[in-house]
Design a protein around this ligand. Structure first.
Ligand SMILES: [Mg+2]
Length: 421
């Protein structure tokens, strides 16, 4: 068996560190990054090590942070700078391997298996990267080294900031198994609670748990988490090109007759959106940030329009956006022969933290996403037509109509549950 050598690199206190690099006067003092530093009702988006020592947490209000530390320095966000530094760090990674996967703006997975002859073993490469990032950019990273992605990520959390930690093959019982199960990627609060009711509190307890028990508690996802706990993760580090392979997902339909009635047209957009978002879910490429429509008129001439949206997986978002695009661009009363919706701009579940996320503005979205997750599950189990969208009830022909094309193969990767910072 040939073991892989995987690195997981995590920039420490990334936003606050970039702010300090750009403004060295901030160094050595507690610092928070917030939406608007003058606005006391704002929230903390990031903080440095010193602010952490005062007990300041991400997403708490500036007022509350000021109570904990009245002299904390406040700066506003500069996402352009964070993106710039994120790319500079990536360039350093790419000196050692071209197999780099961006997990988020401040985290990457690297496969350095083939780089060892040139640069030394995993730990040696990690040390070289750690030093280069510090010397050249003034930022620090915590790097985990192991033989799979999950353990490398876990190792990167063990010691920080500015550190390299290895979980070597054969050492999982000593290093990994005593850790709380919540340290495992993809195990959030809800999952931990379920497991804890059955006495599973450490990663080792999950690894050694009866497979059928875990499967009964958490389904297919449970079996996968148990494999991860055991270090049996063979998921490859995916380069950007591989992730970008699926660039768009779309569906179109010739209408049974030329339509002019806007309500009818709207229902067709829902049917199409249902099919497109169903395939989007199955493809597991994350949420889409662009909706395109194509409309064919009576002269068989096609027109297309597109617009950006807040990244979404929701049928209702896609249908409403498509219909709005249509209403804004298509002459009233002009007949329609064919309609199509395509979505693109997938985020691959990269959680780009936005101010809206921290403020909880996306809570409502997440609720809707959970509802649609449940709908998708029921349909998988009992058939597509068991659940129908209210908007389609008005039209018997469309109610229960499933025009989904053959689905793309589904990756088994579970979604990330929310974790404490
Ligand atoms: Mg980080």
């Amino acid at each position: 068996m040939r073991l892989r050598v995987i690195l997981h690199s995590d920039l420490n206190n990334f936003f606050a560190s970039v702010e300090t690099v750009l403004n060295p006067e901030l160094a050595g003092k507690p610092l928070i990054v917030c939406g608007d530093p003058k606005e006391r009702r704002g929230v903390v988006l990031a903080k440095n090590e010193l602010a952490k020592r005062y007990g300041i947490k991400t997403a708490e209000t500036v007022v509350s942070a000021l109570k904990k530390c009245p002299h904390v320095q406040r700066v506003s966000t500069h996402f352009g700078d964070y993106r710039y530094y994120s790319e500079k760090v990536r360039e350093i990674y790419e000196r050692f391997t071209d197999v780099v996967e961006e997990c988020s703006i401040d985290e990457c997975s690297l496969d350095v298996t083939a780089s060892q002859r040139m640069f030394g073993g995993g730990v040696e490469i990690a040390e070289k990267i750690r030093r280069a990032v510090k010397e050249e950019l003034g930022l620090t990273v915590s790097i985990g080294v192991s033989y799979n992605k999950i353990y490398a990520k876990l190792a990167s959390e063990i010691k920080k900031p500015d550190a390299v930690t290895e979980i070597p093959y054969g050492k999982k019982e000593q290093i990994v198994y005593p850790l709380p199960v919540t340290d495992l990627l993809y195990v959030g609060k809800a999952t931990a609670q379920t497991l804890s009711a059955y006495g599973i509190r450490t990663i080792g307890e999950l690894a050694n748990a009866d497979e059928s028990l875990v499967s009964r508690l958490l389904g297919k996802r449970g079996r996968l988490l148990r494999k991860y706990a055991r270090g049996e993760d063979d998921e490859p580090v995916k380069t950007k090109q591989e992730k970008d392979e699926i660039k768009s997902i779309g569906n179109s339909s010739t209408l049974p007759a030329s339509l002019t009635d806007r309500e009818e047209i709207k229902r067709w957009f829902y049917v199409l959106a249902e099919s497109v978002t169903g395939r989007l879910r199955d493809a597991d490429v994350g949420r889409a940030n662009t909706v395109h429509i194509v409309v064919r008129d009576d002269n068989l001439e096609d027109k297309t329009w597109q617009t950006k949206v807040t990244p979404t997986l929701l049928c209702s978002d896609v249908a409403q956006t498509a219909y709005k695009l249509f209403c804004e661009n298509w002459g009233y009363g002009k007949p329609v022969r064919m309609l199509g919706i395509t979505v693109s701009g997938f985020d691959h579940y990269i959680e780009q933290m936005t101010i809206g996320d921290v403020l909880g503005e996306r809570e409502d979205y997440k609720k809707k996403e959970r509802v649609e997750d449940a709908v998708a599950k029921i349909r998988k189990k009992y058939g597509f037509s068991t659940l129908q969208r209210g908007v389609l009830f008005a039209d018997e022909k469309l109610s229960g109509l499933d025009i989904r094309k053959e689905s793309q193969p589904r990756s088994e990767k579970p979604k990330i549950e929310e974790k404490e910072d």
